[in-house]
Write a protein that binds this ligand. Structure first.
Ligand SMILES: [Zn+2]
Length: 111
C-alpha cells in the first residue's frame, strides 16, 4: 500500500516535470491541477510536488535546467511576494490586506 502510494507520487511529479518543461508559458497550480485532473484539497499538495520537482530537475539536468517561479502578486496594489521560502499562494496582501492575489506561476527553463 505504502509502496503503491510512493509510486503514484513519483509518477505525478514526473508528469509535472514534463508539463512544466514542455509548456510555452508559466503555469499556475490550478492549470496543472486541471491537466492532471486533480480536484479539491489535493491541489494544495501540488506546491509540495513542485518543490521536489525543482530539486529533481536541477539534479537530473546537472544544473542545466531550472524550475523558475514567478512570485505571487497582489492584484490590487501590485505588491510582489518575493520573500517566500517555498512555493505557495498567500492568502492576503501584507500591504493592503486584499485577498485578491495572483498565484505563483512555474516553468522549467534552460539556463
Ligand atoms: Zn496589496
Amino acid at each position: 500500500m505504502l509502496e503503491e502510494y510512493a509510486e503514484n507520487q513519483l509518477t505525478r511529479r514526473e508528469k509535472i516535470m514534463k508539463i512544466l518543461e514542455e509548456s510555452d508559458h508559466f503555469m499556475t497550480v490550478d492549470e496543472l491541477a486541471y491537466i492532471l485532473e486533480i480536484k479539491g484539497k489535493e491541489r494544495r499538495r501540488l506546491y509540495e510536488d513542485i518543490t521536489h520537482v525543482a530539486k529533481s530537475v536541477r539534479a537530473l539536468s546537472q544544473g542545466r535546467k531550472i524550475l523558475v517561479m514567478q512570485p505571487p502578486q497582489c492584484r490590487k496594489c501590485g505588491f510582489v511576494f518575493t520573500n517566500l521560502k517555498k512555493p505557495s499562494k498567500p492568502r492576503r496582501c501584507p500591504k493592503c490586506y486584499s485577498t485578491w492575489i495572483e498565484p505563483p506561476k512555474f516553468k522549467i527553463v534552460k539556463r
